[in-house]
Structures are given as structure tokens and as C-alpha cells.
Design a protein around this ligand. Structure first.
Ligand code: NAD
Length: 406
């Protein structure tokens, strides 16, 4: 019996397990390793950070989708992979031997070495961090009742990529709730989002990006562009304006909640495993393996895959992670069964939709643009589709997004 070890139970890892269980019954013994006993929908962390959804709504127990006859779950931290010896080294657990290893350990927050960012701002890369953001905001609102310090009412988001924009929309939705806690009117809750770029949302055409930005402005989110963050001090963001002359003092924005969403890199375990990487991502072969390591698949946020005629790798999304997992399960099944392996991995995006709160969104699919409420319904359908792909009807009915009207 061949041994497949899957590292990480995010979109990529868990989908690989689900597909291997279907395709390789009786032929493969699967071991899944994760630090947590639950899977979480990383695309909805902003809903937990804002307090619009409880963590239980975006998580489900990993064992719900495991077939115990084929798959064993180990709760442990992966230290590194030794591809020469075909071993996975775990902290506090015996090493695991493998015939095929699927490395899907996801992403971490990227601070780019900016002074004070790690110490003085809140990252949002997993459920615990998202919950910590929500608890922090609640505390500031409650504190305001005593302090009357307006900085308690100010939330600053650093980085207006996909994550920052969706978070700003979710926080704007939560404003009425925060205001009640603080005993103020909703317009007193200030939300700022700061980004180095002039043109936000480069993944969308100009019209759609402008639409998204206007949506946020209508929700009274203050957008500061061409602002390169240089340092974070406790309660203070210091930035340089793109057109500042030499010697201009840094600009300052002050607020007691500072959230860091300036981008992500792949798991640090990639570098620990001595794989050739850039920001934790490995340039995959056509079979989604690490170069020169045909038994080590690298998928999801640790993978860089180049489009056939592209200059930059595909962006890391849940959609591509699920698609990579499908491919890898097919490839492993073919190798185990001795049939011909699938051709080179190809990917076609089904579209991209960004939410701005619960009932507004914008995006494109199949060459068409979608805006407003219809786009928001579409976004929920996309989320339900990935939930269904991973957790089947059981998780879809328990955790699906069907609250379309509020
Ligand atoms: P990102 O890299 O897409 O955006 C980070 C933003 O931070 C950029 O706009 C950048 O200009 C800004 N920035 C970086 N350093 C800065 C600095 N020092 N000062 C000011 N601004 C700075 O990161 P993300 O939004 O976390 O997204 C990560 C990946 O996940 C992307 O590929 C994204 O497409 C994907 N994602 C997808 C979805 C989805 O499909 N639903 C949701 C969230 C994220």
C-alpha cells in the first residue's frame, strides 16, 4: 500500500484528501497533518474579525470529511520535509515516511521587515488572529465609555489588497454595533485604509476597481493611496507620501486598532525544508511538484504556477487551491494505478468577486462584470460551492451562506 502524507487541511490539503479518498480506495494510506482539528474558510476571516460571523460559521471539524478506514489525522506542527529521505519531520511526534507528500501549509502574514509592524499591528491570517481582532475592537469600544479618547474609535487597515478591501466593507457593516458599545453615533467610528499603490485592486479593470472604491467611500471608509508605510508604533502608523520631497517628515495617522493586511507569503516550512523559494513559494513543475522532487507536490499558497503566456504567477486564491488539489489527486491516482499521468496542469479562473459588506460586491466572471446586490449573491454562491466541494451537503447545510437579504 502506498503512503500519501498531506500537510495542511486548508482548501488545497483537505480537497486533496477528499479526492484521494474517492479515487484510491484500498490503494493508498493517507495521513493528514494539521495543527488544528478544524478546517477554516480563509476567504471569510474578515467576517470573524469584524464580528459579523462567529468563528463556528467559517469552520468545521476536519474529521467530518475523513474516511477513518483510509485516513489518519495527526495534530502536530510540521517542522520540515526531508525529500531526500522521504520523511516529514514533526515537532513532538515520530517522523512520517511517505511515497507521495502533498505540501499545502498555506500562508503567513508578510511584514516586509517594516519596523514595528509585527509588534504593533494585528495580522489576520487565521481564525485565532481574526477572533483576536474582534476582541480588540470590542475592548476599544468599551474603553471609550471611560476614556472618551477618539483614538479608541479609529480602526486603521494597512494594505488595500483584496483582504483589506473586504475587511473594510465588513467593518463598515459592523459600525452600528460598535457605536452602540461605545455609546456614540455610527459616524463617530472611523475606518481608514492605507495603501502604497495609486491604482487599487489591480486584478480588476479600471471601471470595476473604481466602482469598488466608490462603494467603500459611500460607506464612509477613508481611503489613503500612494502612502508607503514605513513604521508602526503603538497606536500610530507612519507613512511616506509618493510625491513627498526628500526630507519631508513622515505622515502620521493615529488610532488604537491597527490591522495588517499588506500581503502574505507561503509557509516558512518551505524554507526550513531547503526548497528553492521566493517569499515561501516554490516555482512548480508542470505536475505541480517541486523542481527535481517528483514525489513532493507543492500546492495552494506555497506554489507559484506560471500561466502559459504570463509574466507573473497566478494569484493565490481558494479557487486555484481547489483546482490544484483536484489535479494532484488525479496524478497520484494515476501513478498508484500505473495508468498514464495527466498532462501539464492548466488553470482557468471562473472569475473573481470581492465583497464590500454583506449585500454589496463587485467582480467579473466569464468576461462579464457584476456589481452590487447580484454580485453579492454570486459571491455567496462561490463560497457555497467551495464549501460543498470540501464538506459535501453536511457542511453546506450547516455552514452555507443563505442569508441573502440582510
Ligand atoms: P495583496 O498582496 O493582494 O495586497 C496587499 C496590498 O498592500 C497591496 O495593495 C500593496 O500595495 C499594499 N502594501 C504592501 N506593502 C505596503 C506598505 N508598506 N505600505 C502601504 N501599502 C502596502 O495581499 P492580500 O490582500 O492579503 O491578498 C493576498 C492574496 O490572496 C492575493 O493573491 C489575493 O488575490 C488573494 N485573496 C483572494 C481573495 C478572494 O479571492 N476572495 C480574498 C483575499 C485574498
Amino acid at each position: 500500500m502506498k503512503k500519501a502524507v498531506v500537510l495542511g487541511a486548508g482548501y488545497a490539503g483537505l480537497k486533496t484528501v477528499v479526492e484521494l479518498q474517492k479515487k484510491c480506495r484500498g490503494q493508498v494510506e493517507i495521513t493528514l497533518v494539521d495543527e488544528n482539528d478544524y478546517h477554516y474558510e480563509a476567504t471569510d476571516l474578515h467576517e470573524v474579525a469584524s464580528g459579523n460571523l462567529p468563528a463556528s460559521k467559517i469552520t468545521f471539524p476536519i474529521t467530518d470529511v475523513l474516511d477513518p478506514r483510509m485516513t489518519t489525522l495527526i495534530l502536530a506542527h510540521v517542522a520540515r520535509v526531508d525529500e531526500e529521505k522521504h520523511l516529514v519531520i514533526l515537532d513532538g511526534h515520530a517522523p512520517l515516511e511517505y511515497d507521495y507528500c502533498v505540501f499545502a501549509l498555506g500562508f503567513v502574514s508578510e511584514t516586509f521587515g517594516i519596523k514595528g509592524a509585527a509588534e504593533n499591528s494585528l495580522p489576520m491570517t487565521d481564525v485565532k488572529e481574526a477572533e483576536a481582532i474582534h476582541e480588540h475592537i470590542i475592548k476599544q469600544m468599551e474603553d471609550y465609555r471611560q476614556t472618551k479618547d477618539e483614538n479608541d474609535l479609529r480602526i486603521i487597515i494597512c494594505g488595500a489588497g483584496f483582504t483589506g478591501i473586504e475587511l473594510a466593507g465588513a467593518l463598515a457593516d459592523a459600525r452600528v454595533r460598535y457605536a452602540k458599545l461605545a455609546g456614540v453615533t455610527p459616524d463617530q467610528i472611523k475606518i481608514d485604509i492605507i495603501d502604497a499603490s495609486k491604482r487599487l485592486l489591480p486584478m480588476f479593470n479600471d471601471k470595476l476597481a473604481d466602482y469598488g472604491i466608490k462603494l467603500l467611500e459611500k460607506l464612509d471608509v477613508n481611503i489613503i493611496t500612494e502612502a508607503l508605510i514605513q513604521e508602526i508604533q503603538p497606536g500610530v502608523v507612519l507613512y511616506k507620501g509618493a510625491n513627498d520631497e526628500e526630507g519631508t517628515p513622515l505622515h502620521k495617522i493615529v488610532g488604537n486598532t491597527i490591522i495588517w493586511t499588506t500581503g502574505v507569503s507561503g509557509s516558512p516550512v518551505v524554507a526550513e525544508s531547503h526548497l528553492q523559494e521566493r517569499r515561501g513559494r516554490v516555482m512548480d513543475t508542470a505536475h505541480l511538484t517541486a523542481p527535481d522532487h517528483d514525489n513532493l507536490y507543492m500546492i495552494g499558497d506555497v506554489a507559484a504556477v506560471m500561466p502559459p503566456d504570463g509574466k507573473r504567477p497566478y494569484p493565490t486564491t481558494a479557487q486555484i487551491a481547489l483546482s490544484m488539489a483536484n489535479y494532484v489527486a488525479k496524478d497520484i491516482a494515476a501513478r498508484v494505478k500505473g495508468t498514464s499521468r495527466p498532462g501539464a496542469y492548466t488553470y482557468k479562473s471562473l472569475g473573481t468577486v470581492a465583497s464590500v459588506g454583506n449585500t454589496r460586491a463587485f467582480g467579473e466572471a466569464g468576461g462579464h462584470s457584476f456589481k452590487g446586490y447580484p454580485a453579492s449573491v454570486m459571491k455567496k454562491m462561490i463560497m457555497n460551492k467551495s464549501l460543498m466541494e470540501l464538506g459535501g451537503f453536511r457542511e453546506l447545510f450547516a455552514k452555507g451562506r443563505f442569508d441573502l437579504y440582510h
